[in-house]
Design a protein around this ligand. Structure first.
Ligand SMILES: [Ca+2]
Length: 193
């Protein structure tokens, strides 16, 4: 009887040690990942996407406050120029992120007049479309223009934002806990010259 208990005790200890190892590895992964994930710096390709200054093939990078790591909704999907209806192909902010933002970094200063957003309502439930957000552009830390959007219902929305010689566009979105807008789901950002 005692031998049986000892065997069971050892098994329990081994299981606990294995669990602790897996837990430590998971915590390390979370702690070691970048606090503000960013897409790769692709070289600009000649002649790519002339009507969309945000496309990654122009060398644009997208930096985000967070993304939904476990569902793999990486920010590159918001600047890949694809009008896909694939549910994977969107940027989704992290479930714990209470103040999500996405920033596009242009490889050299650009001029533009408006920003087009493809919200999740274009593909999924209408209530996933973000209603409230702020667009701003700037050169480094210098803010050049800003526009506040309230009560948006358009799943494909175009917002005027006149920016000259700016190296970044920033979008700060207001999540609404307890609704379909508890995280940001954004399929595409287009920057219109
Ligand atoms: Ca996309």
């Amino acid at each position: 009887m005692r031998r049986l208990e000892t065997g069971a005790g050892r098994l329990a200890k081994l299981a606990l040690a294995a669990y602790a190892t897996v837990l430590a590895a998971a915590v390390a992964v979370v702690l070691l990942r970048s606090p503000h994930p960013i897409t790769p710096a692709y070289e600009a390709t000649a002649g790519c996407s002339p009507r969309d200054l945000a496309h990654y093939c122009r060398g644009v990078r997208a930096r985000v406050s967070s993304y939904h790591v476990f569902a793999n909704h990486q920010p590159i999907y918001a600047i890949d120029g694809r009008g896909s209806r694939d549910l994977l192909e969107k940027w989704v902010s992290g479930p714990q992120d209470r103040a999500p933002w996405i920033e596009l970094l242009f490889p050299e200063p650009v001029d533009f007049s408006s920003v087009r957003l493809t919200h999740a309502g274009q593909v999924e439930r209408a209530e996933y479309t973000m209603r409230s957000y702020r667009l701003s552009c700037g050169d480094g830390d210098e803010l050049r223009a800003t526009s506040r959007v309230e009560g948006n219902e358009a799943s494909r929305a175009e917002h005027a934002l006149s920016c000259l010689q700016v190296d970044r566009l920033r979008i700060e979105l207001d999540i609404e806990p307890g609704t379909g807008r508890d995280v940001v789901r954004l399929y595409e950002i287009e920057v219109v010259p």
